[in-house]
Design a protein around this ligand. Structure first.
Ligand SMILES: Cc1ncc(COP(=O)(O)O)c(C=O)c1O
Length: 398
């Protein structure tokens, strides 16, 4: 038997939960609330097809598309990040030289770990937080320490206390419609986190792929926009706002960090595939993005209306949930006498609904009464039916 590296054991529990979510896709019998997919009807199938044909046809960019390219990514897309995406997040003067195109947000998380995480280093995380981020931190053999959160994000006093206690190397924050809790970090706390990073000279990894999916209230400036010392690394992605199958994101950081990420990128995969970069860039350049994202927000608003109504109607009394201002997820806390949500996944075929059990979003054994529901890829009718089946099953076991 071949001997796997230790890192594969440290991440195994988290990897299993992710695997379960993916395995349920494609089973037509099961309504799958487990995956954070954008809605099918928002994916720009036709436009992508036309752009692709033009790249190889009238635009005569076929050679450029098929050759090796710069590890930083194509300039056209880095400019779009600097001139369109970052200003929306309060960063007005980004230099495209400080932006590197990644193969999605997950790659940025991997690169940041490659740069900064040694075995045993402490990463402070929101509690709960994005399961695959935990998986990545574990793969780098980091110790993940949860910081208490409320409806405004990380509680700063607890962040400071945990830092003092564990001498953390990095803080990982998802400030908008957090995955999985759906909460948005308040303006005051965004400033406080940026200041905290500077004061203690530690890395703040700001992961913000959902901000474009805001349905109500105003966008807040990013943590990065308050960073005066280069301690904040900003990870963004086109997965949720354009299409996840393209696998394109970007990272914005100070020149020295980008210089190092460039090295990690060349050692990993040279550069992100050029064709998807061109598709995303042309989608913006042809003025298609703004209308598209406005439509997507409306589509999610209707789905969230259906989800809110169904959760109120079908979930057992004492269930807690809050409609988030945007994003793709609802975080649901069941009453104490409800079945364990991890255990319940073994019986998915009985009630025909898959979801992500809450425990995988925690590193301290919490979350067994919680579940994350993602409605992006379902119609309002299917959402209602799925929540009905889920609620009835839970009630029958109480
Ligand atoms: C918080 C967060 N960061 C990053 C990602 C990964 O996105 P990408 O598809 O760009 O790798 C996700 C996807 O679910 C996410 O929820």
């Amino acid at each position: 038997m071949m001997k796997y590296a230790e890192r594969m054991n440290t991440m195994a529990d988290f990897a299993n939960v992710t695997r379960l979510a993916y395995d349920a896709t494609g089973n037509a019998e099961i309504i799958n609330f487990a995956l954070g997919c954008p809605a099918d009807e928002t994916l720009p199938v036709e436009a992508a097809g036309e752009i692709l044909a033009d790249i190889f046809g009238k635009d005569k960019r076929g050679l450029e598309a098929l050759k090796y390219n710069n590890p930083r990514g194509i300039l056209q897309l880095r400019k779009i990040a600097a001139e369109i995406m970052l200003p929306k997040r309060g960063v007005m003067d980004a230099d495209p030289a400080n932006i590197l195109i990644t193969t999605g947000g997950l790659e940025t998380l991997n690169f940041v770990c490659q740069l900064f995480i040694n075995k045993g280093d402490v990463v402070l995380i929101e509690s709960p937080t994005f399961m695959q981020a935990i998986q990545i931190f574990k793969m780098f053999e980091a110790e993940c320490i949860p910081v208490e959160c409320d409806e405004h994000g990380m509680i700063i006093e607890d962040l400071k206390a945990k830092y003092e206690q564990y001498h953390a190397k990095m803080v990982y924050v998802i400030p908008s419609f957090q995955n999985p809790s759906g909460t948005t970090t308040s303006l005051e706390r965004r400033k406080a986190i940026a200041e905290f990073g500077s004061e203690h000279d530690i890395v703040i990894l700001e992961d913000d792929p959902y901000v474009e999916l805001r349905q109500r209230n105003e966008n807040l400036p990013s943590i990065k926009s308050f960073d005066k010392t280069g301690n904040v690394i900003f990870a963004d992605s086109f997965s949720k706002c354009v299409a996840p199958g393209l696998r394109v994101g970007y990272v914005y950081a100070d020149a020295e960090t980008i210089y190092r990420i460039y090295d990690a990128k060349t050692a990993t995969n040279s550069h992100t595939s050029v064709i998807p970069q061109m598709i995303v860039a042309e989608y913006f350049a042809r003025g298609l993005y703004e209308e598209h994202i406005e439509k997507a927000r409306e589509i999610y608003r209707v789905k969230f209306d259906a989800a809110t109504a169904a959760l109120e109607k079908y979930m057992p009394e004492g269930t807690k949930f809050q409609r988030p201002d945007g994003g793709l997820f609802y975080w649901v806390e069941l009453p104490e006498n409800a079945p364990d949500t991890t255990e319940m996944t073994k019986h998915v075929s009985e009630f025909g609904v898959n979801y992500t059990p809450g425990a995988g979003f925690f590193v301290n054994g919490k979350g067994h009464n919680c579940m994350r529901l993602s409605f992006g890829s379902m119609s309002p009718e299917v959402i209602t039916q799925g929540i009905k089946q889920l609620g009835e099953y839970i009630k029958s076991k109480m």
